[in-house]
Write a protein that binds this ligand. Structure first.
Ligand code: ASN
Length: 322
């Protein structure tokens, strides 16, 4: 299996992280995290976004399929009130419904549970519980989403540099300001440049974050059936880090969506609300994305493992005491 990101960590580093009775030098990471979250939320509110709280149990969630990058060992289902519900893998379905019903510009700090294969502990870049900063905007195009995340990420880094210079120095982290707009490159171009292994190589080849577009994946991302091109994107961070944002312009036409759900071998009944709205012409075109908050903070503090920014690290394959 290809470990698609960088910073391989060893077992002793993982054991150290899992000690429930010691936070070690991670206290500083949490302080940085507070500055980062506040800066991003402040910017979004200033831009007119509404703030929603997440749901965590639902009859439907993101299938995370087919996604060549996904490595889900197990999907969690449980029964409540006689109904079978799943734990949230991402709020994409909920975002699409909400954006169509009225709130046209919003964000959610949304915890996701993804039981990643245990070997992903060593990528240093995967967790089985993490939080996305989800954004969705009605009638937006991918460049609108690029501008929003470029703005909030730049603001967060600026604030950390302004307010936490000493802490960064103590961590030995030389953090550069971001200089948006970031470059946009298609996946096809990256395959030409770096081969099929582009995802693993890219974070070491770039100096600034890069938007990668046109990535074949789940049915809810917009695909042009004539050219085969996907209007979706990931943001990759430099210095060996890697993917920190995934998003897309969205599919909104009934026939197309149904065809893709069937093509992917998914259960039509899991996406009834989306399909009903689409059939009635009420599913609005939108675009959005989710930013992995722990990953972004890990990049800012220069962590070796993304679990270092969690008080109780959710490292694949390891269930700690807390
Ligand atoms: N949050 C992503 C999006 O908005 C979906 C995901 O996490 N799989 O497209």
């Amino acid at each position: 299996m290809v470990l698609e990101t960088s910073r391989r960590v060893d077992d002793s580093a993982i054991s150290e992280l899992l000690r429930a009775d010691s936070l070690g030098k991670r206290l500083v990471h949490f302080k940085v995290g507070t500055v980062v979250l506040k800066a991003m939320v402040d910017e979004l509110i200033e831009m007119g976004f509404e703030w929603f709280l997440p749901v965590m149990l639902s009859r439907t969630t993101d299938p995370l399929w087919p996604d060549p990058g996904a490595s889900i060992e197990k999907r969690i289902e449980l029964e409540i009130y006689g109904e079978r519900v799943r734990t949230m893998q991402s709020m994409i379905v909920h975002k699409r419904v909400l954006v169509s019903l009225g709130p046209e510009k919003f964000f959610i700090l949304s915890p996701n549970i993804r039981i990643e294969k245990r070997e992903r502990a060593y990528t240093g870049w995967h967790l089985y519980e993490f939080t996305q900063l989800e954004v969705e905007m009605a009638y937006a195009k991918m460049h609108d989403v690029f501008r929003v995340y470029e703005r909030i990420m730049s603001a967060a880094i600026r604030k950390v540099k302004e307010e936490m210079g000493e802490e960064l120095e103590a961590l030995g982290r030389r953090l550069r300001e971001l200089r948006p707009p970031f470059e946009v490159v298609s996946r096809r171009e990256l395959v030409r440049r770096y081969g099929e292994d582009w995802e693993r190589r890219l974070p070491y080849e770039i100096e600034e974050p890069v938007w990668v577009t046109d990535i074949p994946r789940e049915f809810y991302d917009y695909q042009d059936f004539e050219t085969g091109e996907w209007r979706n994107y990931d943001l990759f961070l430099p210095e060996g880090y890697g993917e920190v944002i995934s998003g897309a312009e969205r599919e909104y036409e009934y026939e197309k969506m149904l065809a893709k759900i069937k093509r992917d071998g998914l259960r039509v009944e899991d996406f009834e609300v989306l399909l009903r709205l689409a059939k009635e012409g009420k599913l609005k075109p939108s675009a959005g994305a989710g930013l992995g908050i722990e990953r972004f903070i890990a990049y800012i503090v220069g962590a070796k493992h993304v679990g270092e920014v969690q008080p109780f690290p959710r490292i694949p394959g390891h269930v700690g005491e807390l």
